[in-house]
Design a binder for this molecule. Structure first.
Ligand code: C2E
Ligand code: MG
Ligand code: MG
Ligand code: MG
Length: 282
């Protein structure tokens, strides 16, 4: 009976699984073609000092302009890219394109997200170092953002890669900090320059005492470890006020600026109109 049911289920599920797989394959092929047709593009989200007055960097965020379905977010296509060598090709394109763009923005730090499989690719560090040489991008203005997933499971090789990256002289930030499994032990083992407090804490900072408490202790932890702290996902002046008072070094979020085209970056850098001075909203 159980076997019978199992077989029924198998017969029932197979076409659906097959369909999902087909869709993924199709998207994969479209991404491959899209890379050749130049359908990927980058937006840059500004990062400010905690008083909100000085723009000190940008984070590159990849987008895909699908010919039929329009602009797509990374949450849609990167997980599929992760399953093949595509993540490597897209990641390589992102790195080089971002460095070329950012050459035009003196003083601004360029943050680039790197996914776990990208980082573990044996060609990653050589490619990065070649790209730095080819573009002439100053390495002390480049920062890679990685999530804890990079450090999980592969501690020995992760350590080697992290050390190689540090030897290159680029910055390393731990992204989405606080959302993973054993963040604290990673902080002990890997000496990152910075961590980014995840948006999920920032969003609830005014309504949840827990979020506020966690943010304050994360800032204390960062200070004790000599790390810089960026808070991400700030959408309101109240959140800005809280995070500035909490002692974050850098702030990022829609309140300060949404992801924008390369052409808009310098304009934003020079405009002091936004955000409003704290005194005006107090
Ligand atoms: P992330 O690195 O944590 O980037 C922050 C995400 O939050 C971005 O979404 C950004 O648009 C969004 N965001 C920023 N400020 C706010 C805010 O105030 N409110 C809200 N609601 N959202 C805000 P996006 O661009 O969709 O990227 C999502 C994730 O995809 C990124 O999270 C990053 O992990 C990954 N990603 C993006 N670009 C790349 C890339 O070039 N390579 C790799 N490997 N991953 C990337
Ligand atoms: Mg990031
Ligand atoms: Mg993040
Ligand atoms: Mg995040």
């Amino acid at each position: 009976q159980a076997k019978e049911q199992g077989r029924d289920r198998y017969v029932f599920f197979e076409p659906a699984m097959d369909e999902a797989l087909k869709v993924r394959r199709k998207i994969e092929e479209e991404m491959r073609a899209g890379l050749e047709r130049d359908e990927f593009f980058l937006l840059y989200q500004p990062i400010f000092t905690s008083d909100g007055r000085r723009m000190v960097g940008v984070e590159a965020l990849v987008r895909w302009h699908h010919p039929e379905h329009g602009d797509q977010l990374p949450a849609f296509f990167l997980p599929i890219a992760e399953e093949s060598d595509l993540i490597w090709s897209i990641g390589a394109w992102v790195l080089k394109t971002a460095m070329r763009d950012a050459l035009a923005w003196p003083t601004l730090t360029l943050s680039v997200n790197v996914s776990p499989s990208q980082l573990r690719h044996p060609g990653f560090v050589p490619y990065l170092s070649r790209s730095l040489a080819e573009t002439g991008f100053p390495r002390d203005r480049l920062e890679l953002e990685v999530t804890e997933a990079v450090l999980m499971d592969h501690t020995a090789s992760a350590k080697r890669i992290v050390n190689e990256l540090k030897e290159l002289g680029i910055g390393l930030a731990l992204d989405d900090f606080g959302t993973g499994y054993s963040s604290l032990s990673y902080l002990r083992q890997f000496h990152f320059d910075k961590f980014k407090i995840d948006r999920s804490f920032v969003t609830h900072v005014e309504t949840e005492a827990e979020s506020a408490a966690i943010i304050c202790s994360l800032v204390g932890l960062g200070e004790a470890l000599g790390m810089k702290i960026t808070a991400e996902g700030i959408e309101t002046p109240q959140q800005h006020r809280f995070l500035q008072a909490a002692g974050c070094d850098y702030l990022q979020g829609f309140y300060f600026g949404e992801p924008m085209t390369a052409a808009q970056v310098m304009e934003t850098f020079h405009s002091r109109a936004k955000p409003m001075p704290l005194a005006a909203i107090a």
